[in-house]
Design a protein. Structure first.
Length: 151
């Protein structure tokens, strides 16, 4: 199955808990890469960190989660819906504070074997050329048996 942004959004919404998908939208799917965006809501932001600064901050776990979701989407964009992808490892490097408006994740598959996919995602604040975080992960891949239609 070849995914479009609409069909990949539907697939992710069906597979992932609502908390993981809250506000995430697939913007593009092409050649083993995907682009997702997350318009940040006020309740997704940390306010006044460090205390007394008045600064609004996008939390690291939220950014890591967006990177993971983007890479998971890239795995399925490449391998299709009939695989079970389980994260083996994940690493995040934070480069700078993200602007608390919209985050954009650009993810791609770096290498795939029959049983493992290696992926990366760059996270950007919308409208900013330099990334605010880099996320890498490896996923164990299990191919699901085709559904039987013969009864």
């Amino acid at each position: 199955m070849q995914f479009t942004p609409t069909t990949l959004n539907t697939f992710l919404s069906a597979c992932l808990p609502a908390a993981d998908m809250r506000g995430i939208e697939v913007k593009s799917v092409e050649d083993g890469s995907v682009e997702l965006s997350l318009r940040l809501a006020a309740d997704q932001l940390s306010v006044d960190l460090p205390r007394g600064s008045g600064q609004t901050v996008v939390s690291g776990p939220l950014m890591l989660g967006l990177g993971d979701t983007a890479m998971y989407a890239a795995v399925h964009a490449v391998l299709g819906p009939d695989v079970f992808a389980v994260i083996l490892s994940i690493n995040t490097s934070f480069f700078r504070l993200a602007t608390p408006t919209t985050l954009v994740a650009k993810a791609k598959i770096l290498r795939k074997t029959r049983s493992v996919c290696f992926a990366e995602a760059l996270l950007f604040s919308e409208g900013v050329a330099e990334p605010c975080a880099h996320v890498t992960a490896s996923y164990a891949i299990k191919y699901l048996a085709a559904e039987r239609t013969d009864g």
